[in-house]
Design a protein around this ligand. Structure first.
Ligand SMILES: [Cu+2]
Length: 176
């Protein structure tokens, strides 16, 4: 343990542990994503071993409608007069690969960061947040991963909250 003790004892190591650099945060986020994916798969299997829960989720899934043909083109969702366009690349939009999420609001949004929440309707797949950063042209860009669902389902939602404007939700199918 001498090496470990020495690192802990060093002031710079302690400082770095408190103030994460961007690179470290990204690395931590990546580990988080990988962990959540593993967790999601486990939960998927657990959930589907319960026939009652499966039925309830099927019913819930039927009440949501796909509003986004993301495999073909960017799509628009709105809240009142506020509109946002979502595009995901590369296509086909697959699970378990790094994806770029591009969100374009139809009016100026002041926030520097937006949170895009990825979820499966009717099934908890773990919290999966893509941080979108404002680009110079006013669009928001971020990268994330859609985990593979052990049930074989492909319907996902991407929900983006625009502070002061509203929340928009895109529902689309991914490819396994
Ligand atoms: Cu699932």
């Amino acid at each position: 343990m001498p090496a470990f003790s020495r690192r802990l004892g060093s002031g710079s190591y302690r400082r770095r542990a408190v103030f994460f650099s961007r690179g470290e945060m990204r690395h931590t986020a990546r580990i988080g994503v990988a962990f959540m994916q593993a967790l999601s798969l486990c939960m998927c299997v657990t959930v589907f071993s319960d026939a009652g829960a499966d039925e309830r989720q099927n019913n819930q899934a039927k009440t949501v409608e796909v509003n986004c043909d993301i495999q073909r083109e960017a799509c628009t969702a709105w809240h009142g007069t506020f509109e946002a366009v979502l595009d995901i690349s590369p296509r086909p939009v697959r699970t378990m690969q790094k994806l770029q999420f591009l969100v374009t609001p139809n009016t100026e949004v002041s926030s520097e960061d937006l949170m895009l929440e990825l979820a499966m309707p009717g099934m908890f797949m773990g919290k999966n947040t893509v941080v979108l950063k404002k680009a110079l042209d006013g669009r928001y860009v971020g990268t994330g991963i859609v985990p593979r669902c052990a049930s074989g389902r492909t319907l996902w939602s991407a929900t983006v909250d625009f502070p002061g404007k509203g929340t928009v939700r895109f529902l689309f199918h991914v490819v396994h």
